[in-house]
Design a protein around this ligand. Structure first.
Ligand SMILES: [Zn+2]
Length: 67
């Protein structure tokens, strides 16, 4: 369940999500407030589909396109 999707400027440690598949594949090692996601899902990389948030993909700051 997601009450508010991250909409923060890139580079502040927030998890960036995209509705569009694809990404550069870089490993995303840490994002503030989502440590539990890393511990549950293991390595997270740019373009990885999120199981916990259906229809969204993790992206890095370089690939994130603000809506
Ligand atoms: Zn990327």
């Amino acid at each position: 369940m997601v009450d508010s999707l991250p909409d923060s400027p890139a580079g502040d440690g927030a998890l960036l999500l995209s509705r569009l598949p694809g990404g550069c594949g870089v490993e995303i090692r840490y994002f503030r407030g989502h440590e539990e996601l890393v511990s549950e899902a293991g390595p997270v990389w740019c373009g990885m589909a999120l199981r916990s948030i259906e229809g969204y993909y993790v992206v890095c700051a370089d690939c994130h396109v603000p809506s």
